[in-house]
Ligand binder design. Structure first.
Ligand SMILES: Nc1ncnc2c1ncn2[C@@H]1O[C@H](COP(=O)(O)OP(=O)(O)OP(=O)(O)O)[C@@H](O)[C@H]1O
Length: 292
């Protein structure tokens, strides 16, 4: 992606999303974000993070409220290819026989004619995107032959090739090694510096103050949103994660007075977001960590 000419504004206004089975996953959720921002979306399992992404992507339709980009209804913004989405890897069929470079070329489809014949520019953007995620050497491999971390890089490259102004990433750090996590973080920072709006859901709370300018905290609605130093506080973490946050030493976090950036307090400390399962092994802040 190149420097964006104009910084986008994403507005989510009072959206409510109810699935066909009657379950309301999000109620009255609102926040807005400007370009040149790297924002974390945090919340427990089932709090509605993927639902929020899917409603921004027009994949589920809110029964109330609206999502706009620069004042355009999101459907129009999507038709203009302004928003790119990197889904959770579980949502992808890995048995589908397709080469890495073809997956990345899919990011260009919205810019091609009906015949989908790639132009020199399309090929150049695919080359650039593959290089930015360090996957040039594996471009001719089948996607199903790659490791989990490599697959994540490929889908990130597909989003880069799309050249959207807004980039949504659903848990890009799950199952990746520290080196890949650092590479992804560096890339997201570069995109932010180029003026893109990057919204990333993550379970790795320890890395949030380190790399995110802003945070949106949800549990079926937006409970807090703002600058990380003001928002990623003990008080708000307790509201979002409640009693399940027993592994976090809350006394070491700021109390929520906006004075003290949480980043100073969280360096190199493993913080976990407990899962509903009774026993999980999770990589937290670069370490393998076991809890019951
Ligand atoms: N297609 C669907 N039909 C009915 N309910 C759904 C559907 N998709 C999700 N839900 C429910 O909506 C709620 C929010 O789900 P969502 O996937 O948005 O959560 P999440 O925050 O992304 O969770 P996780 O951290 O586990 O990925 C959950 O209770 C889930 O069971």
């Amino acid at each position: 992606m190149s420097q964006v000419s104009h910084q986008p504004e994403l507005r989510v206004d009072n959206i409510t999303v109810t699935y066909n089975n009657g379950h309301t996953a999000i109620s009255d959720a609102s926040f807005s974000l400007q370009g040149g921002t790297l924002c974390a979306l945090v919340g427990i399992n089932g709090s509605g993070k993927s639902t929020l992404f899917k409603s921004i992507m027009g994949m589920v339709k809110p029964s109330r409220g609206s999502v706009t980009l620069d004042g355009l209804p999101v459907a129009r913004a999507l038709r203009k290819n302004l928003i790119a989405y990197v889904p959770q890897s579980e949502e992808v069929d890995w048995n589908f026989p397709v080469l890495v470079e073809d997956v990345v070329m899919m990011g260009r489809y919205g810019k091609m004619s009906f015949m989908r014949i790639p132009s020199a520019e399309d090929r150049r953007q695919v080359d650039t995107a593959l290089a930015r995620v360090g996957m040039t050497e594996l471009r001719a491999r089948q996607i199903g032959e790659l490791s989990g971390g490599q697959r994540k890089r490929v889908f990130l490259a597909r989003a880069l090739a799309q050249q959207g102004r807004v980039l949504l990433l659903d848990e890009p750090f799950t199952g990746v090694d520290v080196q890949t996590e650092n590479a992804i973080i560096d890339l997201l920072r570069a995109l932010r510096d180029e003026g893109h709006l990057v919204l990333v859901s993550t379970h790795n709370l320890g890395s949030v103050p380190e790399f995110c300018d802003r945070v949106v905290m949800i549990n079926r609605t937006v409970l807090a949103a703002g600058l990380t130093g003001d928002t990623f506080t003990r008080e708000n973490l307790e509201r979002v994660f409640g009693g399940v946050l027993r592994h976090l030493n809350l006394s070491e976090l700021p109390a929520g007075n906006g004075q003290s950036p949480a980043a100073d307090r969280l360096d190199n400390r493993p913080i976990t977001l407990p899962q509903p399962e009774s026993t999980t092994v999770r990589r937290v802040a670069g370490e393998h960590y076991h809890h019951d």
